[in-house]
Design a protein around this ligand. Structure first.
Ligand SMILES: *Cc1c(COP(=O)(O)O)cnc(C)c1O
Length: 467
């Protein structure tokens, strides 16, 4: 399998190069040159197979040729052994044909673990094979940082620096990162906002001498390997619910569009998905696009579901490439227009085609609390605010009540205890293995919002001068 750029001006690369490169050289995103079909009869077998075995079969065509299959199988088995639930992604029946697929049984209690637990191991494997090391740098407003720290801790070929805005993330989120005392993990609290942190990371990558000296790298959500890992649960859930013969619908709480795009990939591989529903909070750029045909950037509003407080959904570019029949030049032109004008509009025919599968809906904070409350009252089940947004939109946007509707539950309720308590009066407890999170020692460095200060901190830390 080779990978091409959505902007059409990059050479095609194999999986291991795409893994380490992240973004393509022309600024586009990597996509597979073709969609591999799942083998005939696969769904009948997948229904009762362990999650990791399904994962190996679904992902292998994307990886084949870049490592021995036994090595890949060992990496996948190891990644999903780190999950709390024997099914990895258990399904919960809420009645009326609505299901929750629980994606939060990984080390940091959010769906990003499903991809990052694998990607961290793949990085380590490929870097060791090449005899190389990298320094991963990232900014986080919460979930991504902790999932990346857990994915990279104690890996020999990786040092990781994660910046968070001091005092502006929840205590659970901070502690999930700062109580990891591994020597290769370096948390930095910046005196500033999340945007300041992101700006600092961008500036580090823009400083070419520094970037090359420390071999800076990222594990952000545009990395193809993350999308690839997420395809698996769509296939597995469809196998369990429909055995591949009956179609299934999915509703996905959406931010960067990485999760729901993996649903599209699963469909292209032959998974019978009849509907993909994008669920938004007040930051509803994709939902507005699906309604109007115009993608237009607005302001970011803070909500109870902060991991979806995003105005630019980077992974959408991959769907655009598909909608334009893989015409990279047209994608490049459209993205250039989007950058200068803050918007672009697609034609009525394209939108009509898109709407045969895709729909979208939005839920505000009051409705989010109502849904958490009613799910607690009616089902005796605590759900997190992101999952609540999904559930509310799923009920509103469902087209065919005879088709099972699966809502992806993207975070554990204990990750957002304040919202859950406000809605229900019940504070969701952390899972047992984390029950002492608030007693564990923390380690992090506080720095001013200054590129110089950050660079000298990274320099001295990597020289082994300071912890
Ligand atoms: C990251 C995240 C999302 C958004 O996923 P995308 O792939 O960026 O669309 C939704 N919910 C939670 C809890 C997340 O952490």
């Amino acid at each position: 399998m080779r990978y091409v750029s959505t902007r059409g001006a990059s050479v095609s690369l194999p999986f291991n190069d795409v893994l380490l490169a992240g973004l393509a050289f022309d600024g586009g995103l990597f996509v597979p040159s073709e969609w591999p079909a799942l083998p005939v009869g696969a769904f009948d077998r997948f229904a009762d197979m362990p999650y990791a075995e399904v994962a190996i079969e679904v992902m292998w065509p994307y990886v084949a040729g870049t490592m021995p299959q036994d090595d890949f199988a060992a990496i996948v088995n190891d990644a999903y052994a780190a999950f709390d639930h024997p099914d990895v992604v258990p399904l919960r029946d809420l009645g009326d044909g609505i299901f929750l697929a629980e994606l939060f049984h990984g080390p940091t209690l959010a769906f990003k673990d499903l991809a990052l637990q694998l990607v961290g191991r793949l990085f380590e494997y490929e870097l060791s094979r090449r005899g190389e090391r990298v320094t991963i740098v990232g900014a986080t407003s919460g979930d991504t940082g902790s999932a990346a720290v857990e994915a990279c801790r104690d890996r020999e070929a990786i040092e990781i620096f994660i910046l968070h805005p001091r005092g502006r993330i929840s205590e659970v989120q901070r502690r999930q990162m700062t109580t990891v005392l591994s020597l290769n993990v370096h948390n930095v609290a910046i005196e500033g906002t999340f945007d300041d942190c992101q700006e600092l990371v961008k500036s580090l990558f823009g400083h070419e001498e520094f970037r090359n000296r420390h071999r800076l790298s990222a594990v952000n959500s545009i990395n193809w390997a993350r999308v690839m890992a997420q395809i698996v649960y769509y296939v597995k859930v469809a196998a369990v619910l429909g055995r591949g013969a009956e179609s299934v619908a999915f509703t996905v709480p959406t931010g960067n569009f990485g999760n729901v795009f993996a649903g599209y990939c699963a469909q292209k591989m032959g998974t019978p998905i009849s509907q993909l529903v994008v669920a938004s909070n007040r930051n509803d750029i994709v939902t507005r696009f699906l309604e109007t045909g115009t993608m237009r950037v607005g302001e970011v509003h803070p909500t109870l579901s902060p991991s979806m407080d995003i105005q630019i959904s980077s992974n959408f570019e991959r769907l655009l490439f598909e909608l334009f029949d893989r015409d990279g030049r047209r994608v490049a032109e459209t993205m250039a227009r989007f950058r200068t004008d803050g918007e672009f509009t697609l034609g009525a025919d394209t939108m009509a085609m898109l709407r045969t599968t895709w729909s979208g809906g939005r839920i505000d904070d009051d409705q989010t609390l109502d849904i958490i409350r009613s799910t607690w009252t009616n089902q005796h089940l605590l759900i997190d605010p992101h999952t609540a947004v999904g559930l509310g939109v799923a009920v509103a946007c469902r087209r065919d009540p005879s088709v099972p509707m699966v809502c992806l539950a993207t975070a554990h309720p204990a990750k957002f205890p304040d919202a859950v308590e406000e809605a229900t009066g019940v504070r969701p407890p952390l899972p047992e293995r984390m029950a002492d999170l608030f007693d564990r020692p923390e380690r992090y460095k506080i720095l001013p919002n200054s590129l110089d200060a950050l660079e000298s901190h990274i320099d001295t830390t990597l020289l082994g001068v300071a912890p």
